[in-house]
Write a protein that binds this ligand. Sequence first.
Ligand SMILES: Cc1cc2nc3c(=O)[nH]c(=O)nc-3n(C[C@H](O)[C@H](O)[C@H](O)COP(=O)(O)O)c2cc1C
Length: 169
Amino acid sequence: MRKADPWETFPVVQAQLAQGGAFLLAPAGDGRVNPMTIGWGLLGTVWYRQVFLVLVRPSRYSHGLIEKSGAFAVSVPRPGEMGEELEFCGTRSGREVDKVAELGLELLPGRAGPVPLMAGCELHYECRVVGRTSLAPRDVLSPEIADKNYSKGDLHTLFVGEILAAWRQ
Ligand SMILES: Cc1cc2nc3c(=O)[nH]c(=O)nc-3n(C[C@H](O)[C@H](O)[C@H](O)COP(=O)(O)O)c2cc1C
């Protein structure tokens, strides 16, 4: 793995989030990790820091894991790759199944943070949570967006992850 400049990876990440998704990895205790598929996220600058902001619904197992650990990683596959794994990690919960064991996923140790990374992906971001905010219904100003995404509540928490290191594999 070699170091990557987060800004140079921006178009690749945004395209992959929109098309296939990426893996959000959170520590699940006892050295285990829980991968969850995400389609929404932002690379940007907040508080003079390079950040990866992810949106996680409170119902996700990953939500509590990120709250507890204050850390997460994002691993981004190459376009068109790892479709089966993205599907599984985006429809099954770590509460019911150890996704890493079930899929036989290979992990790489985190280098800058405590969270392992998903082997076989093109890009990796190791993040430390430096801020978070939970959306309330009044924060969603467009009724169309509210109807489409929040008819059952479960409004996202926005976790702001300071990028400790970004890697290209
Ligand atoms: C393509 C795709 C993108 C997704 N994006 C998100 C997302 O950005 N935020 C979120 O909370 N859930 C998202 N999900 C749903 C979670 O991945 C799914 O509920 C998963 O089973 C949660 O796993 P967990 O309970 O182990 O955390 C997405 C699912 C798919 C298939």
